[in-house]
Design a protein around this ligand. Structure first.
Ligand SMILES: [Zn+2]
Length: 341
């Protein structure tokens, strides 16, 4: 028994040694689809965020997608982000995908493919169906020639996130009758759909919600009927959910109690995301929750230590808050703990 355990540990260490570069999502999604869980796709902008996320994943042996938006790339610079992610892979040994979030042009996708990303999203969901297909197909051809996978989008999410800003009126649910033709004609590897999630920390207006007994806003439920219809038409095909932060109220409170002002920020209930992860959803995007954890923690730290000025002093608890949040997401929302190897 002891011998076998030691042997398994050795094999695991050998596998861990194999990951020194980012991987694609192909194997990850296959396992996630069949295993009834989802991979967390967390947005990264700086070292502390990368470290907080990847330390959590390492402790829980979770596969991971680290994603970079156009805005993050403009903020931190392409090379810095690629090298930070590569450093995280070397430190953790985990299978990690480096993904472009919301690529808005062939040129941007090409630049990321040429520059070390293993996955890109081309988001032309705002264009008519045929034009979305045309540009997505162009990205897919270039990406596949270079061993990179592509996420595309049908349907439009409302909300604000970096460069993406869609009003509630312009948002629309994915039409299931379009998905087979879209996937067939584009050759994309995964598909982001709109079933009622939304970008940012203010996903819904008070008028769209009800209030619970604590006075907190409760958003309208996700359209699981649309998800089920899509997955029926695309059996085995990985589906992606954007805008899936849950806006934890303890961090909103922390922000508001320490000089911030975020009234009525509201997100997607975690139990609905857990349900989606058990179905065809293989990738769940989380960004706002990381921002809230970091900002709430830093605000609290500043309020409690007005004399401190060393960034390491307030970034240490901020990084720890991100780590705790991601551990909770991996275990309780995504269900991908101990699925890395
Ligand atoms: Zn998104």
């Amino acid at each position: 028994m002891i011998h076998r355990e030691r042997e398994q540990k050795f094999v695991r260490e050998m596998i861990v040694m194999a990951y020194t570069k980012p991987v694609t999502t192909t194997e990850m999604f296959k396992k996630a689809y069949n295993g009834g869980y989802a991979i967390g796709a967390f947005n990264v902008n700086n070292m502390e965020i990368v470290q907080g996320i990847t330390e959590a994943a390492k402790e829980l042996e979770a596969p991971l997608i680290l994603q970079v938006s156009k805005g993050a790339r403009a903020y931190a610079n392409h090379t810095y982000l690629v090298k930070l992610v590569e450093a995280a892979i070397i430190e953790t040994g985990l299978p990690i995908t480096l993904h472009l979030d919301h690529g808005d042009s062939f040129e941007l996708c090409k630049s990321c493919i040429d520059g070390g990303f293993t996955s890109v999203m081309i988001d032309k969901s705002g264009l008519p169906f045929d034009e979305n297909i045309k540009i997505t197909k162009q990205v897919v051809e270039y990406a596949h020639d270079h061993g990179v996978v592509v996420e595309a989008e049908l349907g439009t999410l409302s909300g604000i996130e970096d460069e993406v800003n869609v009003s509630a009126e312009a948002a629309s649910y994915t039409r299931p009758e379009e998905v087979e033709e879209f996937v067939q004609r584009t050759g994309c590897d995964s598909l982001a759909i709109a079933i009622g999630t939304s970008h940012g920390a203010y996903k819904f207006t008070a008028a769209q919600c009800t209030r619970n007994e604590k006075g907190e806003l409760v958003p309208p439920p996700l359209r699981f009927d649309v998800l089920e219809e899509v997955s029926k038409r695309l059996p085995g095909f990985p589906i992606v959910l954007h805008g899936s932060s849950s806006v934890p109220q303890q961090f909103v409170k922390m922000v508001n109690e320490n000089g911030g002002k975020m009234p009525d920020a509201v997100g997607i209930p975690e139990e609905q995301l857990r349900k989606a992860a058990k179905l065809a959803v293989c990738k769940i995007n989380i960004d706002s929750d990381l921002r809230l954890a970091m900002t709430g923690t830093i605000r609290k730290y500043f309020a409690e230590h007005p004399d401190h000025f060393d960034p390491r002093q307030y970034l240490t608890p901020a990084r720890a808050a991100i780590k705790e949040l991601v551990k909770h997401k991996i275990t309780d929302v995504l269900g991908c703990d101990h699925k890395a190897f």
